[in-house]
Design a protein around this ligand. Sequence first.
Ligand SMILES: NC(=O)c1ccc[n+]([C@@H]2O[C@H](COP(=O)([O-])OP(=O)(O)OC[C@H]3O[C@@H](n4cnc5c(N)ncnc54)[C@H](O)[C@@H]3O)[C@@H](O)[C@H]2O)c1
Length: 331
Amino acid sequence: MKIFAYGIRDDEQPALKDWIAANPEVTVEFTDKLLDPETAKLAEGFDAVNVYQQLDYTRETLTALHELGINKMSLRNVGTDNIDFDAAREFDFSISNVPVYSPNAIAEHSIIQMSRVLRRTKELDAKVAKHDLRWAPTIGREMRMQTVGVIGTGNIGRVAMQILKGFGAKVIAYDLFHNDQVEAEGLYVDTLDELYAQADVISLYVPGVPANHHMINAESIAKMKDGVVIVNASRGNLMDIDDVIAGLDSGKIADFAMDVYEDEVGLFNVDWSNKEFPDPKIADLIARENVLVTPHTAFYTTKAVLEMVTQSMDASLAFINGETPKIAVKY
Ligand SMILES: NC(=O)c1ccc[n+]([C@@H]2O[C@H](COP(=O)([O-])OP(=O)(O)OC[C@H]3O[C@@H](n4cnc5c(N)ncnc54)[C@H](O)[C@@H]3O)[C@@H](O)[C@H]2O)c1
């Protein structure tokens, strides 16, 4: 049983080495290189590949694996939109992903950012760094005084709601499909418009599917309270960022925390420290005192990385043993 893992980062190595030690019957080799038609050759003689990359899994790449007799591919992440499924179907690929690795990682990050904007930590930290230790005018707001509107009560939204309750915030929620527990607690409002009208703070936990594209736009922002706080750690395409910037300019949106950005591929997870951003909008957002930008790091915790490596390697092994892991992608 032989698994070849691509794109292994330094922070993934401890989890991978633990998995190898726990599965001595399996031969595992790995590289930090991404999987492409050229590097596919490294997997020659292996039974399955294990991968994580933004780079597309193209027909050429899948053909290269197919020619080596490999048709088992386990992703260490959720997203499968960069796979050529027509080619995968043609070559009868078994594919798995890791849909749930640690909802707490993203939920915690979103609420940490929410509490940071409410306590104006960006301004306060900048003042302290300049040795200005005065309080005013950097006064904060308390979580328990906020009505927080949670849009999407799936895996991550529900953990965020638990954390918010610990803070004593008044939580209201909206979802197209009601969760029994949230329903029993009577937290749902019937329409998004009701949530927009009542919430002091709005946090998004819905997928970036086409139906949700730019759901936060000039029209929806107009329905929100004046001075609303918005948090988006879900998907960049949920927001029309130009409309959000206009809302920040007018003061309609008091504060904004974003971990995702519609044009983040090629921008996030790159060191721009000695270069100009290719996108002036991100520079503008980062420069604002009332905007917190993190580069899609909500998921990035030791626990999440451990789950992504372990679950995907278990799935690779299951495929080799002729089993269908629970996390197999149905396509
Ligand atoms: N920033 C990060 O690092 C990171 C990491 C993982 C996931 N995410 C994102 O977090 C979001 C939530 O993920 P999850 O695992 O909780 O998903 P999930 O599938 O468990 O829950 C999503 C919920 O949204 C609801 N929903 C969908 N469209 C809706 C709409 N228009 N209005 C109201 N509700 C709607 C669904 O019914 C579902 O209950 C996703 O966008 C995901 O891509 C971000």
